[in-house]
Write a protein that binds this ligand. Structure first.
Ligand code: DLL
Length: 423
């Protein structure tokens, strides 16, 4: 069942958002100092906004602001008000840390519970949670949301895939939470043990934390005989729970707009973009007490759709994330996201659903090597030639394809690394 906030009329929702935004702005004009000063310097400190459109007058925040304020500078609260600290993985340099008050943790659990409901979870079911527990928000975020909804949670965390398989086989959970790449890794592990993942009794999975494609969805749904739903979020906004797909339509992720105001902008000109046009997602937290963000530039590329959804919810839907602005690379003048290559690799019936992109530059121009694996018994060389042709037809540029021995490409147990930049 959708919660009442997910079925408000647009006018009611906008009024609620405006009221919450103004409350948040008046809090922010006092603290944290970095945001308060910026608001003051732009002359928007004290006067409440008259309508939501006016949000465009407010300054943006970026990851660089969070890095500058490391460790706790943007929390906007004394340390003893903070019930929990989480962060983003920070593969390069220091992690980005965010804080939660007790009521922020309640809000987080509530939006994750909504996502699980969207995915088809019902109280009394069991969730196998294979998102990593720790600083990363995936494990603890899904855990709290599942408890809130009344599920039994198996806190498996990421890794030790053999044990994951054993627990799934013996406990027969209804749902699986993992990154899409890890879900496939688990399916592969079952098969390697001579077991059919379709026989494990799973019926749905809630997958996210990394970009994935419709082709990947199909591969996962077929592997386990389940419905696979997309969940999106980022620690700077709350963690998982910002948005998720409904099982009824599987057509865009419902954004929990009563807590998160979303915009899409052109990342170059910073101008707002209309529905249907992909651009950078920008979020404002409306209710978070600690680590609030104002027009936070997520770096994620998607478009919005305000048309009503088949499931009855009225919240805006965002498209699947195409990729991160920083993961896009340019090959002979063509802009490419790794996910666009994923589509082609997974559409090939003779290739395994794993790949690694290596970007190098020996001469004057960058070159891309697409590493793939052939399925057992398939003609790898023929598949490589076919993929090479499909890549050329699709992008109009040449890319090299290398078929690696089965099982030799790295498998992920969390966020998969798709692109290795060797330049
Ligand atoms: O990845 C939160 C999360 C956990 C979401 C579990 C979903 C499930 P961070 O570690 O802060 O938080 O990384 C956030 O991951 O800006 C996106 O680039 C990417 N991301 C998250 N969900 C999706 C998704 C978590 N469904 C960053 N599709 C975001 C594509 C996603 N990318």
């Amino acid at each position: 069942m959708a919660s009442p906030e997910e079925t408000l009329r647009r006018s009611e929702l906008s009024a609620l958002q405006l009221e919450r935004l103004n409350r948040q702005l008046s809090r922010l004009s006092e603290s944290p100092p970095a945001i308060a000063e910026r608001l003051a310097s732009q002359g928007v400190a004290r006067r409440p906004l008259a309508d939501l459109e006016e949000v465009e007058r407010l300054p943006f925040m970026t990851k660089a602001d969070l890095r500058e304020a490391y460790p706790l500078g943007l929390f906007g609260a004394a340390r003893d008000q903070v019930a929990r600290i989480q962060g983003s993985s920070g593969t390069r340099g220091k992690p980005t840390l965010v804080g939660y008050s007790p009521s922020d943790l309640t809000l987080w659990a509530e939006v994750v519970a909504r996502c699980l409901t969207l995915a088809g979870a019902r109280p009394g079911q069991m969730l196998h949670n294979a998102y990593g527990y720790g600083l990363f928000t995936g494990g603890l975020g899904l855990h709290a949301g599942a408890e809130r909804l009344g599920l039994t949670v198996m806190p498996a965390s990421g890794g030790q895939t053999q044990r994951q398989c054993l627990l799934i086989e013996d406990l027969r959970p209804d749902g699986l939470a993992a990154t899409p790449s890890y879900a496939l890794n688990i399916a592969e592990h079952f098969r390697a043990e001579g077991k059919d993942p379709r026989q494990m009794g799973l019926s749905w999975a809630i997958l996210g934390a990394e970009p994935w494609t419709e082709e990947m969805r199909r591969a996962i749904e077929e592997a386990f005989a389940i419905d696979a739903l997309d969940i999106y979020g980022l620690s700077e906004v709350i963690g998982p729970g910002v948005a998720a797909e409904c099982r009824e339509a599987k057509d865009g992720l419902h954004v929990h707009e009563d807590h998160f105001l979303v915009e899409v902008i052109d990342p170059e000109t910073l101008a707002p973009l209309p529905d249907g046009v992909p651009g950078e997602l920008v979020f404002t937290t409306l209710t978070r007490q600690i680590s609030p963000v104002l027009r936070y530039r997520s770096g994620d590329v998607a478009s919005l759709d305000h048309t009503p959804c088949r499931c009855g919810r009225t919240t805006v839907r965002m498209s699947r994330i195409k990729g991160r602005v920083d993961d896009m690379f340019v090959l002979r003048g063509v802009n490419i996201f790794p996910s666009e290559i994923e589509r082609l690799v997974l559409a090939d019936g003779e290739l395994a659903p794993v790949y690694l992109l290596r970007l190098s530059q020996k001469g004057p121009l960058p070159e891309l090597l697409v590493e793939v694996e052939a399925l057992a018994g398939a003609d790898g060389e023929r598949a490589a030639r076919r993929l090479s042709r499909a890549l050329h037809d699709n992008f109009g540029v040449r890319m090299d394809v290398a078929v690696k021995p089965p099982g030799s490409l790295p498998r992920s147990d969390g966020k998969a690394r798709r692109l290795v930049d060797e330049r």
